[in-house]
Design a protein around this ligand. Structure first.
Ligand SMILES: [Zn+2]
Length: 331
């Protein structure tokens, strides 16, 4: 096994080229990956316009397992962890990232290149001690957005630390951010770093754009600390995070949440919509594993679902206000 950064420096290829070749080689050697990446060519998508941006929906039946995954302690304890090295399929190859992480092709893809970046050790899914890895991965994987789903926010292995990554160009948030940040609330502007609160984006989002890893991590720490105080009963405050890197800057999007799944998930019969929102949904692509849901979901349903799982405006305002207050002392 080789290190991603060594392959980049030894071959002179970009991360995008290397990772694309990696996906292709897994498609060659691994029938499950071959079938599901082929299936991805046929997935259907629809676009729903809102005020200055869109949400897309994707019908993707292979994601059923992930969407309905039971993530309670008892179920998790009773199953074999699919991210532990001894349980992974023998065809699944890996590229190393640092001492602790392996980049793996996700055999149930949403993206044309979809990776799971799994820790070598079976340790709990937690954000704060691993945010630096998120930023390091993003910087190494230019062209990809690396994302984190919290243990109650879309991670189907809440007991095994992992990130995922897919092409940045796939998720609407990538272009929305640059286009819409001017109309949203600027919380802080410094030499290396700017921070915004997005109030009018259907989902509540704190965005950090920075050329400094230290500053980025410090701001993530401030956000986390305040949010943790608001949800003291949780193992960690409920959140998703997306991070990408280009032009010498990180763009970090933090989505604070209040619920794991919307009421639609638990309804019966035709009122049910099976959706379990995670980072990709917050990035602007709703993943729907059932055709009937893809066919019937309305623009209003999308607004309602996001409202149910995101912080409400008052709580978000409070969180953003606390962060802004910290940032006044930030130099
Ligand atoms: Zn494990």
């Amino acid at each position: 096994m080789a290190q991603l950064l060594d392959i980049i420096s030894n071959t002179g290829k970009t991360a995008k080229e290397i990772l694309n070749e990696f996906t292709q080689s897994q498609i060659q050697d691994w029938p499950l990956a071959a079938a599901n990446f082929k299936g991805l060519e046929k997935v259907q998508e629809k676009t729903y316009p809102y005020d200055g941006f869109v949400i897309r929906t994707q019908f993707n039946s292979e994601r059923m397992r992930s969407s309905v995954a039971e993530v309670d302690k008892k179920t998790i304890a009773a199953r074999q962890c699919f991210l532990c090295n001894e349980n992974r399929p023998k065809e699944q190859d890996a590229i190393e990232f640092g001492d602790d992480f392996l980049i793996l092709v996700n055999p149930f893809p949403i993206f044309k290149n979809h990776f799971t970046i799994s820790c070598n050790r079976h340790i709990d899914q937690r954000f704060i001690g691993n945010a630096q890895t998120l930023l390091e991965l993003a910087a190494a994987m230019e062209g990809f957005t690396v994302f984190y789903n919290g243990p109650e926010c879309g991670a189907s292995a809440p007991d095994h630390l992992h990130f995922q990554a897919g092409e940045s160009s796939f998720m609407p948030v990538t272009i929305d951010f640059d286009r819409l940040k001017h109309r949203e609330r600027l919380l802080f502007s410094g030499k290396n770093t700017q921070v915004w609160a997005f109030d009018n984006y259907l989902r509540k989002m704190i965005s950090v754009e920075t050329s400094s890893m230290d500053e980025g991590l410090e701001i993530i720490g401030m956000y986390y600390q305040h949010f943790q105080a608001m949800q003291p009963e949780k193992v960690e405050p409920m959140m998703n995070a997306l991070c990408s890197w280009n032009d010498g800057k990180w763009k970090i999007h933090l989505f604070p949440r209040k619920a794991h799944r919307p009421s639609h998930f638990y309804r019966k019969g035709e009122n049910q919509i099976l959706i379990s929102p995670g980072s990709v949904d917050f990035g602007g692509v709703f993943i729907l594993p059932r055709r009937e849901d893809f066919d019937k979901i309305t623009s209003e349903n999308i607004v309602d679902i996001l409202q149910q799982v995101c912080l409400n405006q008052d709580t978000f305002q409070e969180l953003a206000g606390q962060l802004q207050n910290d940032l006044t002392k930030f130099v």
